[in-house]
Design a protein around this ligand. Structure first.
Ligand SMILES: [Zn+2]
Length: 110
């Protein structure tokens, strides 16, 4: 099974993705975002597909924090968006390549 990268950039922050044995009470969490410590804690025993969705879910929490959005609908919104966003990214390889091309093409077009 492939693992997520150990470090990712989210806005101005460098986040560590740390796989952990358990996240403890109060409920069985699959992942936790520690914005102050710039860490995404992910349960190491998740299936590959569940781990991918959980990492994206926690990334969206970090994005939410960087954008300083209202906490009111944070969990509900992220729980709705994360699975479908992952589905779009996974089933549209050409789109992902195009989206992640960067600025090189833009420079050549002028
Ligand atoms: Zn969440």
């Amino acid at each position: 099974m492939s693992k997520p990268p150990r470090y990712i950039s989210i806005g101005p922050y460098r986040y560590r993705i740390k796989l952990v044995r358990e996240l403890g009470e109060p409920e069985e969490l699959d992942g936790v975002t520690d914005t102050a410590g710039s860490k995404l804690l992910i349960r190491e025993d998740l299936s590959p597909s569940r781990m991918r969705e959980t990492v994206l879910h926690e990334i969206l929490h970090a994005v939410w924090d960087v954008c300083n959005l209202s906490k009111a609908y944070e969990e509900k919104t992220i729980m709705s968006l994360s699975p479908i966003l992952l589905d779009v990214l996974q089933r549209n390889e050409e789109l992902v390549e195009w989206l992640t091309e960067g600025e090189q093409d833009d420079d050549q077009s002028f």
